[in-house]
Design a protein around this ligand. Sequence first.
Ligand code: BEZ
Length: 217
Amino acid sequence: MSDEPSIQSLPRIGDPAPDFTAVTTQGEIKFSEWQGDSWTVMFSHPADFTPVCSTELTEFGKRSKEFAELNTKLIGISVDSIHSHLAWEQNLQQILDVKLPYPMIADSTRAVSELYGMIHPGESATVTVRALFIIDPKRKIRTIIYYPLNVGRNVDEVKRALIALQTTDANGVACPVNWQPGEKVIVPPPKTDKEVEERLSNDSYEKLDFYLCKKEL
Ligand code: BEZ
């Protein structure tokens, strides 16, 4: 067998989110209908009844209202069976006192995992890595984050990226490194001499150079 990585077509940022039907802990869904007009954060975990996954899924559970306030639905996925998901949910409620309010896809055929490129054979040939997709209401993939099996994700960063996307969409701006909601945003670079002059004469901007200007929202 060759050591070359297999070339698989993976969804990329800007691509339409592939649609699918799947069995979940909240019944069968057609993804596009379930999503409706919301943003979605879809995240895969390697396996039920494992420690890091338990911390991640309960953290998303505890904070699901914060995502709902951002018009965002959460949905989990792994290749475990629906029976395993249901039993794990009960167990998490017993040991950590957290009820998972979002659906979890039981992708035992790996159909959805393959569609979204969540199986990375160099990391594991059998289970999904920690993949996370932020999908906008037009069902376009806007952010993709991959983490390995042994490192848990940062829910604060997922929420920050989501708010940054919503802020850039609403205001036609960009968000700088380590940006937090409420901080200044980046004014997109000028495209014409006139735009350069306009920004240089705008006293409300923080001007570091003509191409690097920040403003309050
Ligand atoms: C975990 O969630 O702890 C885990 C799952 C799969 C591989 C390694 C760690």
